[in-house]
Write a protein of this length. Sequence first.
Length: 426
Amino acid sequence: MKINQEQVSESNKSGLENHKDSFDFLANKLTKQGKDVDAIVSNLADFQVAIPSWALGAGGTRFGRFSFYGEPSSLEQKIEDIGVLHSLTQTAGAVSLHIPWDIPSDYAAIKEQADALNIKFDAVNSNTFQDQKNASETYKYGSLSNTSKAVREQAIQHNLDVIKIGDKLGSKALTVWLADGSCFPGQNNFQTAFQNTQDSLIDIYKGLPDDWKMLVEYKPYEPNFYSTVIQDWGASLMLANGCGDKAYTLVDLGHHLPNSNIEQIVSILQLKGKLGGFHFNDSKYGDDDLTVGSIKPYALFLIFNELVYGMQNNPQNPDLAWMIDASHNVKDPLEDLIQSLEAIQEAYAKAMLIDQNLLKEAQLDNDVVKCQEILQGAYRTDVRPLLEKARLNTGGVINPISAYRNLGVREALIKERGKNTVATGL
Ligand SMILES: [Mn+2]
């Protein structure tokens, strides 16, 4: 399934007049407020988010998995699906591969396919939370933190292999997320587990090419329910600092205890030049991996406020790796991803509407009411015409969900792949 330019133009015919009306109205209003509308639209068009190779099929929970018809059953089909997302949204110009779930069998062919669809290879993800076929050691009691040297060595080697795979595809970052931890008090010695993890990460770091980054992800609990070795941003930052300049903290929005102030974490990491990347999703209770912006869109906006501030004021922090990390239990995975991409772009656009100079003035005056008015004035603006404009300028569609449905993408995928395919992933 491939969407061509003719289908895009056809999809846009009916909505073009409405789009023009609403865009002109908004652009006029924003211009009067002194905003550079063209710059905002062009920033939106440049903002690309990587789609995880593990989230193109239906997601499961520990209670089961309900498959979604027409799922991709090979890496080629996954890239094809991202191609569909990218054709419609012009925002999904990258893929984040999970190894070993998605090892290419033919590197040249997969690169050629991705190039043709304008898809880049973003961070590669290692997996030491599951035992692999024919592996000599088990990760049941941890990987990089394990008390057994043989297990640690196997996990280190896996990460080095993942770097090699990513290198062949043009990736420039390795994301390490560990399930390591303990389920019961007394099971682990915290200090030993942490030190082992640091030493193992240093060994992996030594194998990192010069122009690569290592992204260290944290998570407070699950699958271990008493302790996690890298439980929060502080632990991640310590480990990254222990490795060196090319190691950074990765923030996954779902990997926090309830009510954590994620925007503050993001802000301070940027100040220290140590924010490496992002996993977008949303949650109500824990690591729910729901559609971005579906539960707490205002929190997402506040995070983007800090990100925009950081992008403008923190040259010490490198460009970030943007990725979605979500699961789709009940929605069409591709529709879910379209909604996530839209929510990310919306939060970004709204954050760009914040007048940072005015906010600074209000902060210096301790005008608390005005500070809130400035933030919420931006948040309450319906920025969707700006997103539409960015998509139109780059060859996408005005309304990706309607176009996806009107073009019968899922029906075509089912016809092509059948009802019984199962995608590797969560
Ligand atoms: Mn994640």
